[in-house]
Design a protein around this ligand. Structure first.
Ligand SMILES: [Zn+2]
Length: 268
């Protein structure tokens, strides 16, 4: 009985925030885009609010993009959409919170659709893998690549905000770290990005994995173990996908409407 009580104390509730939508090639879900299906699919851009069973922490995993025009103009990607009710402020207010209430932000990685809202969080500290910040500041890209903003989907404006003025509130992590009871960051180097991390969260439904974009589709990438189209090292990515499957009972990717609908009311 006592052990059950201790476990419950470590538990968190997880609420999805819908911050926008994008139309992307479905083939991106599949290794090297080896798919005959060249159609577009509409995907959500999500972030996750975490509230502990006990304590005052209000944690946000990822922060969405900075503005919709910029996604298309700078990254030269297909249509992105937003609505007033999808703004970070509006999504937090659905759960009775304002951006000032957020005490901690954890970024799975620093791509434009995950690290674009940091400047709105005036009080939070930001947990970022050092490896990821290095890669984002000095991306391995040719400027002649037409898509990706000349920086492989890192928006240099977001990265410069992290380096300064947000820097006094940035806490760099190196590798795996338990940040709070029931909340652990695990680095999967050279998976979706050089410093992508998964946030493992204890809930009453078991361990949930907030995976950023290491996988895009749970059935395809995790269950069938077919890596997605964008990754740095195939072997590291395959190992990451298998490790996530082993550790987590619930897998929460950023860009999957099916997952969003399943947990729209929160995972407690
Ligand atoms: Zn993404």
């Amino acid at each position: 009985l006592r052990r059950d009580a201790a476990v419950a104390d470590n538990n968190w509730a997880i609420y999805p925030l819908l911050l926008g939508e994008a139309d992307v090639p479905k083939a991106l879900d599949i290794l090297w885009s080896l798919s005959p299906d060249k159609s577009l699919v509409t995907v959500p851009i999500l972030a996750w609010l975490l509230i502990p069973a006990r304590g005052d922490e209000r944690v946000l995993v990822d922060t969405g993009f900075s503005d919709v025009e910029r996604c298309m103009q700078v990254q030269r990607l297909g249509p992105h959409r937003t609505r007033p009710e999808w703004a970070l402020e509006a999504q937090l207010s659905n759960w009775g919170l304002t951006p000032e209430d957020i005490t901690t932000v954890i970024l799975t990685h620093l791509h434009y659709d995950h690290a674009g809202g940091c400047s709105k969080l005036s009080r939070a500290r930001f947990f970022i893998q050092r490896r990821e910040l290095e890669a984002a500041a000095a991306p391995m890209v040719s400027r002649d690549l037409e898509v990706g903003g000349g920086a492989l989907f890192y928006d240099r404006r977001d990265i410069s905000a992290i380096v300064d003025p947000l820097w006094p509130r940035v806490e760099l992590i190196e590798g795996d770290e338990t940040l709070m009871p029931g909340l652990r960051c695990v680095l999967y180097a050279n998976s979706h990005t050089p410093g992508s991390q998964v946030v493992y969260v204890e809930t009453s439904a078991g361990t949930a994995a907030i995976i950023g974009d290491i996988a895009r589709n749970v059935e395809l990438n995790i269950q069938k173990w077919i890596p997605p189209g964008i990754y740095y090292d195939l072997e590291s990515t395959r190992r990451a996908l298998k490790d996530i499957r082993y550790r987590a009972q619930v897998v929460l990717p950023t860009h999957d409407y099916e997952t969003f609908r399943r947990v729209a009311k929160g995972l407690k």
